[in-house]
Write a protein that binds this ligand. Structure first.
Ligand code: GFB
Length: 299
């Protein structure tokens, strides 16, 4: 989802010299394959969007994969970027790097100030390592490697698998299928009380392009909207967007996760970037994209 949004943004800006590899063409966990790729292609600017990602359940079940795959991907790309003399690299992390009970909104300085949320600790540790790799390669070797921490994302090419996905695509699919099947209720996980912030992937791509052009400091930058909603409010909004008229059933056997993770985006705003897509509008666009690509998204 994020990689394709960055490619769309670069193409819209007129770039044609974009080097792309799918995961089946290049396994980024393979050190030798990544080193060969960098030696052959000599990219100048690297957007490190590749990662093993998923929603709360996938993070909690596939704990080893979320740690191993992400550590390997980051280490291989960052080290090869240094070795091959990449001019600038942007590493993408996640808002789950912050302590579970950090003060809100989350300021960049709160990193490593408390315990992490247990359901996604492996993923968070891997993403914190990515930030630290960029800082260390900058400090020891003078590499211009920067990091951005996006909040929860959604948009075209999201994962709609109900076990692996994040809440927003899961709810689009659940309400859509419930509408078609005439179901009287839809299962939603947890209590509905957690608060989440949602950023459209095209806005993130725009922010990545902006940071690649204008930002060269070692401190990472939060990327978000600075606004959040409860999962209950999100569910009502998705229900309305899809046009489903039944009830919600809250399955409290499923985890809530972090109570809140609202980004403090004042640094990014001061730098001169702000998101464009409001949640209601982004949801409408995403539902239309889901309808157009349902065959691809739902196997
Ligand atoms: O989006 P989500 O899976 O991830 O869940 P996190 C957000 C909230 O939505 C949780 C609730 O409180 C879920 O219990 N929820 C309600 C649902 N219904 C559903 C549903 O049908 N599917 C899903 N998936 N959730 C992830 C981290 O945390 O956020 C990752 O695990 C990453 O590491 C990502 O940081 C951005 O926001 O809780």
């Amino acid at each position: 989802m994020v990689g394709s949004a960055i490619v769309r943004k670069l193409q819209a800006e007129g770039y044609s010299n974009i080097i792309i590899r799918t995961s089946s063409e290049l396994d980024l966990r393979n050190q030798a394959a990544v080193a060969d790729f960098f030696a052959d292609e000599q990219p100048e600017y690297v957007f490190l969007a590749a990662a093993k990602v998923g929603g709360i359940l996938a993070n909690n079940i596939y704990r080893a994969e979320f740690l191993y795959d992400n550590l390997m991907i980051e280490s291989n790309i960052i080290h090869s970027s240094y070795k091959s003399g990449v001019k600038k690299l942007l590493f993408l992390g996640s808002s789950c790097i912050y302590p579970k009970l950090a003060p809100q909104p989350l300021k960049e300085e709160y990193l490593l100030s408390g315990y992490l949320e247990p359901t996604n600790e492996p993923y968070a540790i891997a993403k914190i390592t990515g930030i630290k790799l960029c800082e260390a390669y900058r400090s020891q070797y003078g590499c211009n490697f920067i990091s951005a921490m996006p909040t929860n994302l959604y948009g075209p090419n999201d994962n709609y698998d109900l076990q692996g996905s994040h809440v927003l695509p899961a709810l689009i699919r659940k309400f859509h299928e419930a509408k078609l099947n005439g179901q009287s209720s839809v299962e939603v996980w947890g209590t509905g009380a957690p608060r989440r912030e949602f950023l459209h992937a095209d806005d993130l791509a725009d922010a990545c392009f902006f940071l690649m052009q204008h930002y060269n400091d070692d401190l990472f930058v939060n990327v978000g909207t600075g606004e959040d909603v409860t999962i209950r409010e999100l569910a009502e909004l998705v229900k309305e967007t899809v046009g489903y008229e039944g009830d919600l059933y809250w399955n409290t056997e499923k985890p809530d996760g972090t109570p809140r993770k609202l980004m403090d985006v004042s640094r990014l705003h001061t730098l001169g970037w702000k998101h464009k897509t409001a949640l209601r509008q982004g949801l409408e666009m995403t539902y239309q994209d889901f309808l157009a690509n349902e065959v691809l998204y739902v196997e």
